[in-house]
Design a protein around this ligand. Structure first.
Ligand SMILES: Nc1ncnc2c1ncn2[C@@H]1O[C@H](COP(=O)(O)OP(=O)(O)OP(=O)(O)O)[C@@H](O)[C@H]1O
Ligand SMILES: [Mg+2]
Length: 252
């Protein structure tokens, strides 16, 4: 469903000069699969996801989503995806219900279907208590639920989620994880970036570790374990970055 080939992005900045943020990254994601993208801050995760979502133009390589090429058919690609990025881009003066409804109208959903779908998402994300409160009065988690519900509203075959549970408490993360599991069961193709190792371990069918713009390794948990000789994802991740797992001087 997603086929990424040698994707690269160079940024040129007057202060920092030329910087290769994404360096010949290749991977595939199938329908019904959750693909985790892990990497330290500044590794190139958001840039990779923005390239795939056609919000940035690559300096090299390409990707196809559901058969559509990001370079040649960006508008078609955008029809295939729901994209969640760090800046949630919610209209503060609208309520979650109004935001979802407005987004449904932008996607030309007919009224009956749209109203049903908005109710369905409000229930799925446990938003009943705040669905009719102005968004600028909501907490981080409430806003995040609204933003994720919006990416799923038009039922796209591909979901690209950049740190969907960043800053969220365990119950809210759990609600979001459960929505992702449901989407996977419905055959969606999901790319997911996170810094939460236990969440990636639990949710992802395969995981890619990116560092300094390079993909270090891609595989299932078992494949990553076999390659590194480590068990938990935290240890595997640190090992791939060349860092020791333990910082405590007492545990020599
Ligand atoms: N628009 C831009 N212009 C110039 N440099 C950029 C731009 N966007 C990202 N970069 C640089 O590209 C590199 C990768 O950034 P990116 O945001 O993709 O990292 P990330 O893996 O998402 O990190 P984080 O975990 O902190 O979100 C960084 O060095 C960043 O400063
Ligand atoms: Mg990022």
């Amino acid at each position: 469903m997603i086929h990424v080939q040698e994707l690269s992005k160079t940024f040129t900045d007057p202060k920092r000069g030329t910087r290769l943020a994404v360096d010949r990254v290749s991977f595939d994601v199938r329908a019904g699969e959750v693909f985790g993208l892990l990497g330290p801050n500044g590794a190139g995760k958001t840039t990779t996801l923005r390239l795939i979502a056609t919000l940035l133009k690559p300096t090299g390589g390409t990707a196809t989503l559901n058969g559509f090429d990001i370079n040649r058919e960006p508008a078609k690609v955008r029809e295939q995806i729901g994209f969640l990025s760090g800046d949630m881009g919610l209209y503060g003066r609208l309520t979650p219900r109004e935001i979802l409804d407005f987004f449904g109208q932008l996607n030309s959903m007919d009224t009956e279907h749209r109203l049903k779908r908005v109710d369905q998402l409000i229930a799925m994300f446990d938003m009943q208590n705040f669905a009719d409160v102005r968004t600028d009065k909501l907490s981080t988690g409430m806003k995040q639920k609204t933003a994720i519900a919006r990416t799923m509203l038009h039922d796209p075959p591909i979901l690209i989620l950049d740190e969907p549970t960043s800053g969220l408490d365990v119950p809210t993360s759990r609600t979001i994880e459960s929505a992702i599991v449901q989407a996977k069961k419905a055959g969606k193709c999901i790319i997911y970036s996170t810094h939460v190792m236990e969440e990636a371990e639990y949710l992802c069918d395969r995981i890619a570790v990116i560092s300094d713009g390079h993909l270090k390794m891609t595989g299932t948990m078992d494949e990553l374990r076999a390659a590194t000789g480590k068990h938990r994802l935290r240890e595997i991740f640190l090992d791939l970055l060349g860092l020791p797992a333990d910082v405590s001087p007492d545990k020599e």
